[in-house]
Each structure stands twice: as structure tokens, then as C-alpha cells.
Write a protein that binds this ligand. Structure first.
Ligand code: KG4
Ligand code: ZN
Length: 359
């Protein structure tokens, strides 16, 4: 059955006139539940009115996300998180023009909680539902209003999208057309941070912990082997194995090796990961003409990577856009933002849309 009854009934005028909304921009509710964060946000145009994130601490003791537990936590969190997002935005749900939710990629059980809830709420309010790709939404986080509002990327721009599950080098032609120039052929950059942290007996997620420790360490202290792919693809499994064997061998000589060298180990593995990423940006810049580069995804929170992007900007005379920290890791404001651009195109989904787990 295809449920499309609202398709031609919602026009760009109706959200402002019939619902008596003060703003000329629509209020969009975004819902994100692709992995282990339950998030809801309300935006008005590209202005964030609220962005609520409930992190699931339960996974830390398992050293990674447990899909079954993640779905259950989403089920518990979704109603209070959406309720809080509406309250913080100071709007009533009846003022919403549409609901955007993540449809994939991600953990299927987690996605089903968010998307089913979004569909139910949209149906009850008789407003459109908009399905959003999580990775594209990470890229569009660069278009949300920030304090430094004038710094939004101009099309086309090169965007490095680095998260726990994905590593992509994209040429972004417009809000919807994103060309994949390179991708990881094995582990993702965030996954490499997390696995390295596990080897160092640090908690999950390890990326932010390594970032913090690395600030006190020497990035050139230890050397590991890195993959040298001829194209724009990335590979991190060799680096991960090299790091694992290195630490294992040093521990055999000195059981306190990790504790005694933790800052240098963190700085060195971080240096190798970032080097593997930035070398591909420089390579792409030689082939593809663009004047803007951008960063997105959870690993974009990394302080050293942010610094290196700015340095690349100076070196190649490029405008650099990096979302503020809160908009790099998973959040619903980026989902709502993509939803807003789809709303303008009236790209609404059917109620029988099904989430997808991988790209
Ligand atoms: O985008 P995201 O929140 O979730 C996914 O879609 O995967 O990314 C999470 C990833 C994790 O691997 C986490 O360790 C990494 O982003 N991450 C960082 C930092 N903050 C988060 N990696 C390095 N440095 C950070 N500061
Ligand atoms: Zn993500």
C-alpha cells in the first residue's frame, strides 16, 4: 500500500498561513537514532532552536555499541528526548511543518525505533515525513547557522566525512548531489581511533580520549606502517594491525609500557590516522578544482584534524568550513537541516519507507 495522501496537499504557503506560524521559515523536527545516540532537534530554516542528545552510556562497559541494547535504550529515550526538544524550542508540535528522520545507514533496530516514531507522529499531525541519509546529513551540518554564520561552504566543495562507521572523500556539488571520490576499503577512521584506544585499554568511544591524551604527547615518537593506496581510497586495517603488534611486543618487554608512554602512543597513532586522511585531500586537490574544503562526521571533532584542515586551507588558499563541535558527532539538528532542504523541494517520503543498514 502506498500512502501519499499529503503529497499534494502541503504547499510552501500552508505551513505559514494555515498554521499561523510567526516565521516565514518552516519548523522542522529532526530525529536521529542510527547508532547509540537518541537525538531530537527543532530548526527554523537553518537556525537551531533546540538540539537534544541522549547518549547511551551502557555500551562503555562492552567496549563498543551492542545493537540490541541500543534499540532498547532508543525506545526508552525517544519520547522524553522529542518532548524536551519541542519544549526547548518553545513551540507546540502542532506548529511543525514536517518531521525528518534518519533512514540509514545505521543499526537496523535503532533506525526502526526513530523512523517508526517519526512516522506515527507525522501521521497524527497530518504533516509530511522526510527520510534522511545519515552521511549526507553529516555533510549538511556545515549549513546550520552558527556564530560565524558567513562561513558556509560554497558549491562545489571537497568534504572529508569521517565517522565511526564511514570514511568518505566527497565532492559536494549541491545539497543533494555528493560524488564519492574515495572511501575506506576496510576500517573507518573513527573505528581506528576506537580500536587503538581499546589496545591502549582506554574506554569507548576512544576517539575523544586519544585526542585529549595526544595533546601532551609527541606525535613523531613511534612509527607504524600505513597503507599507500594509489587512488583516493583509504585503508586503516594495516595501521591498526601494526599498532597492535607494536604495543604487544613492547608489553612483552615492559608490562608498564602503555602507562609509561600513553601520551606519546596516543599522539603517534593519531598522527598516523590524520596523515592518512589529509594526504588524500591534498591528492584530490591536484585533480579536482575547488576553492572550499569542509569536514564532517564524529572524527571532525578531533582537535588535531581541525587544525590540519586550517593549515591545508592556508597552504592551498582555500576556504575551510568545519561545524562546531556539538554538530560533528551524531545529532538531530543535521538531520533536520537536510530535512529542511528536502522540504523546500517537497521531497516527502511514503509511510512505508524502510530503513537501510548500509550504503
Ligand atoms: O559521527 P559519529 O558521532 O557516529 C557515527 O556515525 O559513527 O562518530 C563517532 C566516531 C567514534 O568513532 C568516535 O571515537 C569518533 O567519532 N570521535 C572522535 C572524536 N570525537 C568523536 N575521534 C577522534 N577525535 C575526537 N575528538
Ligand atoms: Zn554519524
Amino acid at each position: 500500500m502506498i500512502l501519499t495522501y499529503w503529497r499534494n496537499t502541503v504547499s510552501l504557503q500552508t505551513f505559514s498561513l494555515e498554521k499561523n506560524i510567526m516565521s516565514v521559515f518552516p519548523y522542522i523536527l529532526g530525529i536521529e537514532s542510527s547508532c547509540d545516540d537518541t537525538s531530537a532537534a527543532v530548526i527554523c530554516g537553518t537556525k537551531i532552536l533546540s538540539n537534544v542528545i541522549a547518549e547511551q552510556k551502557i555500551h562503555a562497559e562492552f567496549g563498543g555499541v551492542v545493537p540490541e541494547l541500543a534499540s532498547r535504550e532508543h525506545q526508552q529515550n525517544i519520547i522524553p528526548v522529542v518532548d524536551t526538544a519541542l519544549k526547548r524550542a518553545r513551540i507546540d508540535k502542532k506548529q511543525l511543518a514536517a518531521i525528518a528522520c534518519t533512514n540509514g545507514p545505521g543499526l537496523l533496530g535503532s533506525l526502526l525505533v526513530g523512523s517508526s516514531f517519526a512516522k506515527g507522529l507525522a501521521l497524527s499531525l497530518n504533516i509530511p515525513i522526510i527520510m534522511v541519509d545519515h552521511l549526507q546529513a553529516h555533510v549538511l551540518a556545515n549549513f546550520l547557522d552558527t556564530e560565524n554564520n558567513c562561513n558556509k561552504p560554497e558549491f562545489p566543495f571537497l568534504c572529508l566525512t569521517v565517522s565511526g562507521g564511514h570514511t568518505l572523500l566527497l565532492m559536494v556539488h549541491d545539497y543533494f548531489k555528493m560524488e564519492v571520490l574515495g572511501r575506506t576499503i576496510d576500517d573507518a577512521a573513527g573505528e581506528t581511533f576506537d580500536k587503538a584506544a581499546k589496545i591502549l585499554r582506554l574506554n569507548y568511544p576512544g576517539g575523544p580520549i586519544i585526542d585529549k591524551l595526544a595533546r601532551q604527547g609527541d606525535p613523531k615518537k613511534f612509527k607504524f606502517s600505513v597503507a599507500k593506496l594509489p587512488d583516493l581510497n583509504f585503508s586503516f586495517s594495516g595501521l591498526k594491525t601494526s599498532f597492535l603488534y607494536f604495543v604487544r611486543d613492547r608489553l612483552a618487554e615492559n608490562p608498564n609500557f602503555i602507562e609509561e608512554n600513553i601520551n606519546d602512543l596516543a599522539a603517534s597513532i593519531q598522527f598516523h590516522i590524520i596523515e592518512s586522511l589529509t594526504v588524500k585531500i591534498e591528492k584530490a586537490l591536484k585533480t579536482y578544482k575547488c576553492t572550499n574544503i569542509a569536514l564532517s562526521g564524529g572524527v571532525a571533532a578531533n582537535s588535531e584534524l581541525r587544525k590540519r584542515m586550517q593549515e591545508l586551507g592556508k597552504k592551498y588558499n582555500l576556504r575551510v568550513t568545519i561545524p562546531p563541535l556539538a554538530l560533528t558527532t551524531d545529532n538531530a539538528a543535521m538531520i533536520a537541516c537536510y530535512g529542511y532542504f528536502k522540504f523546500l523541494q517537497k521531497e516527502f517520503a511514503e509511510l512505508n519507507a524502510v530503513p537501510y543498514s548500509s550504503v
